[in-house]
Design a protein. Structure first.
Length: 232
């Protein structure tokens, strides 16, 4: 019973701090978030916050996940546009780009920045505290979102394309890695304004690059079967 009370108290404290961080990000932006501001808004001291989060990067990671609900809600709609695994993957990329370039600091925290420990363990803990955040995600995608590696998630997603005859097994991992690196490079360039891209220009560059590289790995006799039309 005592352990149950401690677990409940810990969960509640997590919720207090993450909700406070979420409110501050909404009002001021991710880049202005500090432990002190979060603790003040939650009604506690900074030292209390550090009892539950090892550093600011972890708190930012947890709070950032709260802003991905719109992506989760949109994903099933985009997936439904595809008639095979490759088309579904391309549409899922479009959905991801649509949301990530709209909220670059949010998605950079989740997928690019160092969070100080295993992203998988952080995800597991987050969804223990906020299980309802998984409701809008299609069942086939839940396992993928609980995997700490973006590229590994992509690999799992496109594995059915092997059975469908679109791609060889030996290319799956490399294709997943290189498409993620395309997004990472484009996101970093966009956030640093090295090319002066607008949001739409960043999305277009990323989607065109991803589509080009994917088609290179599709078996020549299957390429004509890929009917992907961007909707952004």
């Amino acid at each position: 019973m005592k352990n149950d009370r401690k677990a409940l108290q810990r969960t509640r404290m997590w919720q207090y701090f993450i909700e406070a961080a979420t409110d501050l990000i909404t009002e001021e932006g991710m880049e202005k978030l500090t432990i002190r501001k979060v603790a003040d808004l939650a009604g506690y001291t900074s030292s209390t916050a550090y009892n539950y989060f090892s550093d600011l990067s972890q708190l930012k990671f947890f709070a950032a996940l709260r802003f991905t609900k719109s992506y989760s809600a949109d994903l099933s709609t985009f997936l439904a546009k595809g008639n095979n695994t490759i088309e579904k993957w391309l549409y899922s990329w479009e959905c991801f780009c649509k949301h990530s370039f709209k909220q670059p600091y949010i998605y950079a925290v989740i997928f690019i920045e160092n969070v100080g420990s295993s992203a998988q363990s952080l995800l597991d803990k987050y969804y223990d505290v906020f299980p309802d955040d998984l409701i809008a995600i299609p069942p086939e995608m839940k396992e993928l979102l609980m995997d700490e590696s973006f590229a590994r998630r992509s690999s799992k997603f496109i594995e059915p394309a092997i059975e469908e005859g679109f791609i060889d097994d030996k290319h799956i991992k490399h294709l997943a890695d290189i498409t993620f690196m395309i997004w990472t490079g484009a996101m970093t360039t966009y956030m640093n304004q090295r090319r002066g891209w607008t949001e739409q220009e960043a999305i277009q560059y990323t989607l065109e690059s991803v589509q080009d590289i994917i088609l290179q790995y599709i078996k020549p006799d299957k390429r004509a079967l890929i009917k992907y039309t961007p909707t952004h």
